[in-house]
Design a protein around this ligand. Structure first.
Ligand code: C2O
Ligand code: CU
Length: 501
C-alpha cells in the first residue's frame, strides 16, 4: 500500500497533487526525442485496411539505462502510430494479453457505437486463468458487450484530417491503465491537408506529453490502494483529485531534446497526461514573429491560422502549431517551457537548432473550410454540470449523479444541432465522444483565442460555464460525455447519451 508520503500540493494551482518519484530525476534535455513507429497493416483489401494490435506487458527503457514494466499496445510506450486517410475504412483487431480487462477508445473518432469502446464493453484477458479479475465489487458489467481475448474495432474514417489518439477506457480503471502505458496516436490525413504547403515528413512531429512517477527500482508508481498486479488498482482517496507525476515525458522519453533544422516545423501537441495541465511557451521567444501559429485543433484544421505566444493544454486536448526555428540562429537551444510547472516540471523538452535548411513550407492564409454550426432559436438545450460530490466521498459527479452504464442521461436526434452548456466547480477538461463541437460562448462572453475550430475537449475553469453547439451526423447508439481528468472519470464523472435516428 502506497501512502501519501511524498505528495505535496502543486504550488502552480493544479487541483491535483504531485506524486513524487523515489529516485533521482533524470537529467533534462539529454535523451533524444523519438517518435512512435508507424504501424504496418496486416492486410489491405478493397473494403478495408486491417491492423492487429496486441496489448501486452513489456519492459521498455524510459529512464536512461533502466527498464520499466509497462502495458503497451504491441508492447510499446507510447503505442504504434496508426495513419489513415479520410474515407479509408480501418479495422483494428485488438488482442488482450494483459492480466486485466481492457477497453479501447479512439479519442476524436467518428466511430460506430459498437467500436467506440463503451467502458463496460470489456475485452477479458485471453488466458482462462484471469477470470477472477474480470470484475470487482459487483459493478454492473453485465451492461456491456463483453468478449474474451479479442475485439475488432471498425473505424469508417469519415472525418477530416486530424490528430486523434487511442487509449484505454475501462470503467473505473482508465487512469491506472493509461498510466501504465495504454495510449497511442492515430493520425487522419486528407486531400485538403495534402494541398496545403505545411511542413511535412520529418518536420511534422507528433508530441505526446505526459507525466509519470517512478519507484526506486525504475517501475512506474501510481498511488493506488493496492499497487501490486494481483489486486485492482483503485485510487487512494487522497488522489481522487487527479494524479500528477514529477517526470515529464514526450513520446515516452523524459524531457527529451530534438535536433531541428532552422526551418518551420509542425508540432502536433497532445496532452496525454492523466490530470496535469500545461501552459507551453518558447524560451527564448523568437526574435521576430509569433512563437506558435496554430493550424489545427482537436477536430482538425482551422479555417485560418491563429498566432499565439503560449498554448494552454489540458488533458486530451490537441493543438497543432507551426514553430519557425528558422527565426533563430543556428546553435540556439529553444526550450518548450511550462508555466504551470515548478522546478523540473517548468519545462517539457528542448529543440536544438543544428543546421541551416531550405524552407519548403509557407503559412497559408486559408486552411480548410470549417462550416459554422448555427443552432436554431428553438434548438434543444442541455446542461451538464461537473462538480465534486459531498466532501469525503472522493466522487466526482455530472448533474449530481455518478456514472451508471445502465442509465441513459440524454437522447439526441442524429443531425440535430443542440446547445450544450458545460458548468464546472473546478478545472474540468470536458470531452464528448462521436463528434466535435464548436464553442459559442465561455463565461457569458465570446469564445477565447484557444477555443477556435472543432473541439472535442474543452477545459473549463473553476466556476465557469461554456455553451457549445454540437451535432452528431451519424451513428445511432450510446456514447459518453465525461471529464478527461482520468481520476475524475474513474471516480464517476461520466454520463451516457444515446443518439437516435
Ligand atoms: Cu479520451 Cu472518453 O476519452
Ligand atoms: Cu474533472
Amino acid at each position: 500500500v502506497l501512502g501519501t508520503a511524498g505528495c505535496a500540493d502543486d504550488p502552480a494551482g493544479q487541483t491535483a497533487r504531485v506524486f513524487r518519484s523515489d529516485r533521482p530525476l533524470p537529467e533534462r534535455f539529454v535523451v533524444p526525442l523519438t517518435t512512435p513507429p508507424v504501424k504496418r497493416p496486416t492486410a489491405r483489401d478493397g473494403t478495408a485496411t486491417r491492423y492487429t494490435v496486441v496489448q501486452r506487458p513489456a519492459q521498455v527503457e524510459i529512464l536512461p539505462g533502466v527498464l520499466t514494466d509497462v502495458w503497451g499496445y504491441d508492447g510499446l510506450f507510447p503505442g504504434p502510430t496508426l495513419r489513415a486517410r479520410r474515407g479509408e475504412r480501418v479495422v483494428v483487431t485488438h488482442h488482450n494479453d494483459l492480466p486485466v480487462p481492457t477497453v479501447v477508445h479512439l479519442h476524436g473518432g467518428h466511430t460506430p457505437a459498437a467500436s467506440d469502446g463503451f467502458p463496460t464493453d470489456l475485452v477479458l484477458p485471453a488466458g482462462p486463468a484471469a477470470t477472477s479479475r474480470t470484475g470487482h465489487g459487483g459493478m454492473p458489467h453485465g451492461a456491456g458487450d463483453v468478449r474474451r481475448g479479442t475485439r475488432e474495432h471498425v473505424y469508417p474514417g469519415d472525418q477530416p484530417a486530424a490528430t486523434l489518439w487511442y487509449h484505454d477506457h475501462r470503467m473505473d480503471f482508465t487512469a491506472p491503465q493509461v498510466w501504465r502505458g495504454l495510449a497511442g496516436f492515430h493520425l487522419v490525413s486528407d486531400d485538403v491537408e495534402d494541398a496545403l504547403p505545411l511542413p511535412h515528413g520529418e518536420r511534422d512531429v507528433p508530441l505526446m506529453i505526459m507525466d509519470r512517477s517512478f519507484g526506486a527500482d525504475g517501475e512506474l508508481r501510481y498511488p493506488s490502494l493496492d499497487a501490486s498486479l494481483a489486486g485492482p488498482p483503485g485510487v487512494s482517496a487522497d488522489h481522487t483529485s487527479g494524479v500528477l507525476g514529477d517526470v515529464l515525458l514526450v513520446n515516452g522519453r523524459p524531457w527529451p531534446v530534438l535536433a531541428v533544422a532552422a526551418a518551420r516545423y509542425r508540432l502536433r501537441l497532445l496532452n496525454a497526461s492523466n490530470a496535469r495541465r500545461y501552459d507551453l511557451a518558447l524560451d527564448p521567444v523568437p526574435p521576430q514573429g509569433p512563437a506558435f501559429v496554430q493550424v489545427a485543433s482537436d477536430g482538425g484544421l482551422l479555417a485560418a491560422p491563429v498566432a499565439h505566444d503560449h498554448v494552454p493544454l489540458a488533458p486530451a486536448e490537441r493543438y497543432e502549431v507551426l514553430v519557425d526555428f528558422g527565426a533563430y540562429p543556428v546553435g540556439t537551444e529553444v526550450t518548450l517551457t511550462n508555466a504551470l510547472g515548478t522546478g523540473p516540471t517548468d519545462a517539457v523538452m528542448r529543440f536544438r537548432v543544428v543546421r541551416r535548411a531550405r524552407e519548403d513550407s509557407t503559412v497559408p492564409a486559408r486552411l480548410a473550410a470549417v462550416p459554422t454550426l448555427r443552432p436554431r432559436r428553438d434548438a434543444p438545450r442541455r446542461t451538464w454540470r461537473f462538480a465534486r460530490g459531498r466532501t469525503g466521498t472522493g466522487h466526482w459527479l455530472i448533474n449530481d449523479a455518478l456514472f451508471d452504464p445502465a442509465r441513459t442521461d440524454a437522447t439526441v436526434r442524429l443531425g440535430d444541432i443542440e446547445v450544450w452548456r458545460f458548468a464546472s466547480d473546478l478545472h474540468h477538461p470536458v470531452h464528448v465522444h462521436l463528434a466535435p463541437f464548436q464553442v459559442l460562448s465561455r463565461g457569458g462572453r465570446d469564445p477565447g483565442a484557444f477555443d477556435v475550430g472543432w473541439k472535442d475537449t474543452l477545459d473549463l475553469r473553476p466556476g465557469e460555464h461554456a455553451d457549445v453547439a454540437v451535432r452528431f451526423p451519424a451513428h445511432p447508439g450510446r456514447y459518453l460525455v465525461h471529464c478527461h481528468n482520468l481520476e475524475h472519470e474513474d471516480m464517476g464523472m461520466m454520463a451516457t447519451f444515446a443518439t437516435v435516428a
